[in-house]
Design a binder for this molecule. Structure first.
Ligand code: NAD
Ligand code: TYD
Length: 355
């Protein structure tokens, strides 16, 4: 399969921007990327600064809303698009609890629009790859893992909207024969993640001497994957995954939230010893739990490992250190994303004004 013109949606977000950097350097991709992004609060054009200059013939940015069917069709036809890799989504569980409507629009209607455009222009179309999450499977107890055969049991408006989009992608393959692949991945972390999510929020608050909010008892478990490993897995599935199939992607790194927060404190204390001489752990604050908070996610990715020979490269300890060093080196990026909109969210969610 050779992709010549790839629409990549949501390329200014956390994973999308990492994926664009990864793909433009991949030796087995020589095509052109058309990055379609609405630039919501989570989309940051700066995440790709320098890319347009470095790859003038292979990278195009189009600001557009995937919910705008006519505009998306124009872009598809203008650039002779033969594949779509669909990252764009409203992606934050806590926001979906407070403001669910936008999640249904972007994640469900937006995905439907892209599928319709691909279906009705299918002649040279080679692949629709849909980026999804392990959260569609719901919550686990202490035992067991999500496999591709696990039932869908989404618990938040975010995961329900992603589940709906997964079902649409599946249906377009079964009904219309659209060449599709889906990947359901566990929690990512790494450079360029917006600091509403646990790891960047804790790193930045700890750097800035602010309280470190941990929901509930801190014992909820997620399986963490360094973002570059996710990028490599997605490209592996796009190239070699069987059409119509779903592949789980995981990190083999199950961690309790409280353990992660403590690790971040300890790593920061080691890299920049606190001037007070007191551990940053003292800033950990247990706060009210998230409603419907999923207890544990854990991924069985043996299908991807056995069929396509992918394994994560980064351990959680090495990935977390790299991530902390990236945030320490990118103060101006942090200053700019901590804008007015960010301050409003922090006040709404944690109920305390930023100092
Ligand atoms: P993000 O919130 O950082 O980025 C989302 C991007 O989509 C932003 O650039 C935003 O501007 C853009 N966008 C939002 N609505 C849009 C619209 N209507 N039209 C065009 N662009 C729009 O998200 P992320 O963490 O990079 O996640 C990317 C994808 O990966 C999502 O589909 C998410 O469900 C999935 N995913 C994320 C994780 C994770 O841990 N972050 C894990 C598994 C799966
Ligand atoms: P998050 O990064 O929002 O990802 P998701 O909800 O998609 O898994 O949260 C990861 C875990 O961290 C989740 O169990 C909720 C918890 N959490 C906190 O304890 N404190 C926080 O301030 C945030 C944002 C999350």
């Amino acid at each position: 399969m050779e992709i010549k013109n790839l629409i990549l949606t949501g390329g200014c977000g956390f994973i999308g921007s990492n994926f664009i950097r990864y793909l433009l350097e991949a030796p087995d991709f020589t095509g052109r990327i058309i990055n379609v992004d609405k630039l919501t609060y989570a989309g940051n054009i700066e995440n790709l600064s320098g890319i347009g200059e470095r790859y003038p013939d292979r990278y195009i940015f189009q600001r557009a809303d995937i919910c705008d069917l006519d505009l998306m069709r124009d872009i598809f036809l203008r650039y002779n698009v033969d594949a779509i890799c669909h990252f764009a989504a409203e992606s934050h569980v806590d926001r979906s609890i407070k403001h669910p409507k936008g999640f249904i629009h972007t994640n469900v209607i937006g995905t439907f629009n892209l599928l319709e455009i691909a279906r009705t222009n299918a002649e040279n179309f080679v692949l629709f790859h849909h980026i999804s999450t392990d959260e569609v499977y719901g919550s686990l107890g202490l035992e067991g893992y999500f496999t591709e055969a696990s039932p869908y049991r989404p618990n938040s408006p975010y995961s329900a909207s992603k589940a709906a989009s997964d079902h649409l992608v599946r249906a377009y393959h079964k009904t219309y024969g659209l060449p599709t692949t889906i990947s359901n991945c566990s929690n990512n972390y790494g450079p360029y993640q917006f600091p509403e999510k646990l790891i960047p929020l804790i790193i930045i608050n700890a750097m800035q001497g602010k309280p470190l909010p941990v929901y509930g008892d801190g014992k909820n478990v997620r399986d963490w994957l360094y973002v570059r490993d996710h990028c490599e897995a997605v490209w592996t599935v796009m190239q070699a995954g069987r059409r119509g199939e779903t592949y789980n992607i995981g990190g083999n790194s199950e961690m309790e939230n409280i353990v992660i927060v403590e690790m971040i404190c300890d790593l920061l204390d080691e890299i920049i010893p606190p001037s007070t001489g007191r551990s940053r752990r003292e800033m950990i604050t247990f706060v009210k739990d998230r409603p419907g908070h999923d207890r544990r996610y854990a991924i069985d990715f043996s299908k991807l490992r056995e069929e396509l020979h992918w394994d994560p490269r980064e351990s959680f300890a090495s990935g977390l250190r790299k991530t902390i060093l990236w945030y320490l080196d990118n103060g101006p990026w942090i200053d700019r994303v901590q804008s007015g909109a960010y301050q409003t969210w922090i006040a709404e969610q944690y109920g305390e004004p930023e100092s």
